[in-house]
Design a protein around this ligand. Structure first.
Ligand SMILES: [Zn+2]
Length: 466
């Protein structure tokens, strides 16, 4: 259940009065050896179809861009003539076309890179099954379920998460489609579900407010004095890390040994598979920890403040240019690797939907000065952070500290989040939110000088308070 889909608008054919929450549920498939072959065939056919489309579109562009109808007709004709393409169900072919067009739209919007060819090696295979009726999902017992996959047959899956509309305990709703993905540990099915459920209004949560500071040394520092730190062991053990290093060096060596234009050797493919297995383990451990922590935080807190972080800018290489080479390139790349392996944006995504499900809210505040500012007196001074890990206020009238620097940041983030959530009415309007978020937790200096730092949000996030 790692994948998250944000609630969307109603699609045609659904009754408008019914509140719908969209979620995806990812379950592990257990195909037989023969079924697995057919799935791989379909996955590669989908990938090859993408490549054909890309070649066709880029050949025509920019003089004449083929229309969706033309592309669809071309695919239909190709399916009749090309044998391997017939292995992919017609509906799945259409989905490839839709995804291809979405990829260009995302590129023009600037949210994703330019679409390109999908290489055979190191590619996650996927096949879309958009028709829910064709799936005929059934539950066999409390551990197993079964589904129909076009041109593959009945395939069993592990029933590790409830699916809507199956049994008394299942949530009300229906399955609207599915996607098959081949991960390093085997094929999975991602069910798209529409749940007939109304989300509580933001502010219905009866918990407290908390600020979270995502970091490297401490994964999450919080403003909650009962549990200031959420940490985890390294995702991979020292032995596994060492093995990963060795495999990556081996892959580099094998790549160097290849002649230009030569196909990827079987040995290199095997090394890639071994690397992917370790990376997959790392990813699953991270997702497990993130799910546990975010569930706990979303259950406990009504208002969760996090920093707006531009991870891409933060993890830019320190390499510099040829004329002006950067300093500490290796150290920076090591730090970048750690930042990226923490999965900060995924953490925020999980928090946001889990919080919304419980009537809480997540507020993103500007990261500016949150680490240099004193959470007791409000003085922002880089000297407060002479030591990286410890915060000591240099204001002689205050003298706050020494405290953990990340915890001080977390207090600042909490303050900013409360202000952002209640802007423009100010923290006084917090009283109207009841005892859920304690207005007294905003320090007095912040009430006096609310405009000293940039306003966190232009729109009030909290519901209108009378
Ligand atoms: Zn101070």
């Amino acid at each position: 259940m790692g994948d998250v889909e944000q609630p969307q608008q109603l699609r045609t054919g659904e009754r408008a009065e019914r509140p719908v929450v969209r979620r995806t549920v990812k379950l592990r498939l257990y195909p037989t050896a023969e079924q697995e072959l057919r799935l791989a065939e379909q996955g590669h056919a989908a990938r090859a179809l993408w490549n054909l489309l890309h070649e066709w579109y880029t050949f025509h562009a920019p003089h004449r861009w083929p229309s969706f109808k033309e592309a669809d007709a071309a695919i239909r004709q190709a399916r009749r003539e090309v044998e391997w393409l017939a292995a992919l169900p017609a509906q799945a072919c259409q989905q490839v076309l839709k995804q291809y067009i979405h990829a260009w739209q995302a590129y023009w919007k600037g949210t994703r890179g330019r679409p390109g060819f999908h290489a055979r090696v190191r590619r996650r295979l996927s096949v879309d099954m958009p028709q829910a009726q064709a799936l005929k999902v059934a539950r066999l017992n409390h551990r197993w379920g079964e589904t129909n996959l076009t041109l593959v047959g009945r395939v069993r899956f592990r029933y590790s998460h409830e699916l809507p509309g199956l049994g008394k305990q299942a949530p009300a709703g229906k399955i609207t489609g599915a996607r098959l993905v081949r991960e390093v540990n085997g094929w999975h099915i991602v069910f798209r579900c529409a749940l007939w459920r109304e989300l509580p209004a933001p502010g219905d949560h009866t918990g407290s407010a908390v600020g979270l500071d995502r970091g490297v040394a401490v994964s999450i520092a919080t403003s909650d004095p009962d549990e200031p730190y959420h940490t985890h062991k390294p995702w991979l053990s020292p032995k596994e890390t060492e093995r990963l290093r060795r495999l990556e060096r081996k892959a580099a060596r094998q790549r160097r040994a290849a002649r230009p234009g030569q196909a990827v050797s079987r040995r290199l493919q095997r090394t890639y598979a071994q690397i992917a297995a370790l990376r997959g383990r790392e990813k699953r451990r991270r997702a497990d920890w993130q799910h546990k922590v975010t569930t706990k935080l979303a259950a406990r807190c009504a208002l969760i403040g996090i920093e707006q972080l531009n991870v891409r800018a933060m993890t830019a290489s320190a390499r510099g240019t040829e004329e002006r080479p950067g300093k500490g390139v290796a150290q920076k790349s090591g730090l970048n690797r750690v930042i990226l392996s923490e999965g900060w944006s995924q953490l925020a995504t999980l928090l946001e939907y889990k919080s919304a499900e419980r009537g809480g809210m997540v507020v993103r505040v500007p990261a500016r000065y949150t680490s240099q500012r004193c959470s007791a007196c409000g003085e922002a001074d880089p000297r407060n952070r002479e030591s990286q890990a410890v915060f000591v206020c240099t204001n002689p009238e205050c003298g706050y500290g020494p405290v953990n620097a990340d915890v001080n940041s977390a207090y600042n983030i909490k303050t900013d989040a409360i202000l952002a959530a209640t802007w423009p009415r100010g923290p006084a309007s917090l009283a109207a939110l009841g005892s859920r978020v304690d207005g007294r937790s905003v320090p007095a200096w912040r009430k006096r000088r609310p405009r000293r730092w940039p306003r966190p949000n232009r729109q009030p996030i909290c519901p209108e308070v009378a």
